[in-house]
Every structure is written in structure tokens, then in C-alpha cells.
Design a protein around this ligand. Structure first.
Ligand code: SD4
Length: 306
């Protein structure tokens, strides 16, 4: 299992332990993502997620089963504790697999998903503070955003991919990023591998980078080669044509459990394999089209904990 950001560590630990007991990739992915969604300190996923400019927490999530390509997704959903579970349930339907706004919220309610006011006091005060700061300076409202994305392989060689996010802090009401979009925020094919993205959705969705990485792995590239090629070539293309590229960090894994990461910002992520306990790594862009990946140092972990 590979997952975006250090916040995924507890979820990956819990889910990878269960994978050893032979649970499915889909179940493991849901366990891992729910753990992040339920944590009130993680400000951009689930409970405690930062709100949009109206002060409302709008949640996006997606689930994909790599065996049969089933996809379920929600966007702009409110007051539902575990968006990933709603997305997974939708993936089992024949029609109506991607629901937005009130429709997504109503579906979750009707199907018994737990309702919770997702705006914590702490997220509300961050929002109030940011409104004040924005009155005084040119501060970008969009700083600070971390989606949880997971790619998972199980003992029977099934794969799953999924995402969950409250999107960009101070986003416009109704704004949706890459996370619930197939091919952009996530993609998985159990005969090849899977990928997932985090970063600036407005740029990520221009490159369909999750699909591109899976396609490149299908052509024989290792996950690291595929991630490097897809992400840095697109970063260069965007920079050339538009002057700059937003933050883009991609994770991927193939059917052998080999993994790769590419990113144009400093990017922590978590990996657990059959032989390796869950570990936090930090990736950054190297020279040319390469990525430097190091295990997170004790100092880094201490800072993060704080
Ligand atoms: C979005 N990609 O809504 C998400 C936000 C994110 O790290 O991943 N931030 O655009």
C-alpha cells in the first residue's frame, strides 16, 4: 500500500496489518482512508477539513476497483463522516456512480451513512482567521491542502485506488478538484497497477496524470520511471505553455508491489509492503526528470508530530 502525506501513516499501519490477514485491497483502502477522514487534526480530509469561502466543508472522494474498473465518486458532499465509504458504495451501482452536492448528501443520508457536522471549532477558527488575514494582505487563499490518496495491492493480486479530500481551503462554493475525477485523482488496473494524485487540482486535471502513469506502467516502465516521466514532462509542458505549474505529487504501485513517486514540491508519503513495515518517506524533485526519495529523518518526524 502506498499513500499520500505523512497523515496517512496510522491508516496505512492499520490497513497493512489487516492485509496480512488477507483482507481485500478494497477493504484495506477503505480502512486506511477512513482513519485519515476521522482524524480531527488533518485539515484537508474529512472531519476537521477546512471549509470553502462560505465556511462550509464540502467533501470530494472516489473509489476504484482495479479488477472490474468500477468507480464511485462524490463531490461537494456535506456533513457525512466517511465520504470514501459513500464512494465505494456508489461504485457497486450500475448507474448514478458519481453524485455531487445535495444529491450526494441525500444519497448518503438515505443509505444510512453516518451524519456529522464536519466543521470543527478549530477549522472554523482557521477560516475566520484566514478571512481576516485576506483583508489585510495579498495572501493566497489556496495555501495548504493535502488530499489522502491510496493505492493498494492485496494477496490475491487485486488492486484498488481511492481519494478523499475537503479540497482547497477557501475554494469557491461548488468547486471540485481532481480528486474525484477518474484518470486525474486516481486510476487503477489490477493487471498493471494504480496511481493517485495530490496537489493543485486545477493543474492536475489538465494532465490526467494518474491515468498516464498507469498507461506508462502498462507499456513496461517501472513505477518510478512512469511517475518521473508523466509528472516532470507535464510540469515542463505546463511551465512552458502557461508560465508556471501548480503543486503536483503522484504516487503509484504496480502488480508486483513496486512503487514510485514524483513531485514538484517537498512531498511526504507512506509505504508498507509485504516485507517492509509502514514507513514515512520524503520526496523532492531531483535534477532533470528524477526524484530524490529519503526516509523521513527523526528530526522531520518530530517536527511533524509537533
Ligand atoms: C484538490 N487535489 O481539490 C486536491 C487538493 C489536494 O493536496 O490534493 N491537495 O485540488
Amino acid at each position: 500500500m502506498i499513500a499520500t502525506w505523512a497523515m496517512a501513516y496510522d491508516g496505512v499501519k492499520k490497513a497493512s496489518g489487516e492485509l496480512k490477514n488477507n483482507i481485500s485491497a478494497a477493504d484495506a483502502l477503505e480502512i486506511a482512508i477512513k482513519e485519515v477522514e476521522n482524524h480531527p487534526f488533518y485539515k484537508s480530509v474529512g472531519y476537521g477539513g477546512l471549509p470553502n469561502e462560505q465556511g462550509i466543508v464540502e467533501l470530494d472522494a472516489a473509489f476504484m476497483d482495479g479488477d472490474n474498473f468500477n468507480i464511485g465518486a462524490v463531490a461537494g458532499m456535506q456533513d457525512v463522516k466517511n465520504p470514501i465509504s459513500v464512494a465505494r458504495k456508489l461504485s457497486e451501482q450500475q448507474f448514478n456512480r458519481f453524485l455531487v452536492g445535495d444529491g450526494a448528501t441525500a444519497y448518503a443520508q438515505k443509505n444510512g451513512f453516518e451524519r456529522v457536522n464536519m466543521l470543527t471549532e478549530s477549522a472554523k477558527s482557521s477560516w475566520e482567521k484566514r478571512i481576516e488575514e485576506m483583508k489585510k494582505s495579498e495572501l493566497s487563499p489556496y495555501d495548504g491542502h493535502d488530499t489522502v490518496g491510496v493505492v493498494c495491492l492485496d494477496a490475491k493480486n487485486s488492486m484498488a485506488a481511492g481519494t478523499s479530500t475537503s479540497g482547497l481551503f477557501m475554494k469557491m462554493q461548488g468547486r471540485v478538484g481532481d480528486s474525484p475525477l477518474s484518470g486525474s485523482g486516481f486510476y487503477v488496473d489490477s493487471e498493471i497497477g494504480g496511481a493517485s494524485a495530490t496537489g493543485l487540482g486545477e493543474d492536475l486535471m489538465k494532465g490526467c496524470l494518474s491515468y498516464e502513469i498507469v498507461r506508462l506502467m502498462g507499456e513496461g516502465l517501472t513505477p518510478q520511471q512512469a511517475a518521473d516521466k508523466a509528472v516532470y514532462e507535464f510540469h515542463d509542458k505546463l511551465t512552458k505553455r502557461k508560465g508556471k505549474a501548480g503543486a503536483m505529487s503522484l504516487i503509484c504501485m504496480n502488480t508486483k508491489g513496486e512503487w514510485g513517486v514524483a513531485t514538484n514540491v517537498e512531498f511526504p508519503f507512506v509505504v508498507a509492503t509485504e516485507t517492509e513495515e509502514p514507513k514515512i518517506y520524503v520526496a523532492r524533485k531531483g535534477d532533470g526528470h528524477s526524484t530524490i526519495i529519503e526516509e523521513a529523518s527523526q528530526e522531520w518526524l518530530d517536527n511533524h508530530e509537533e
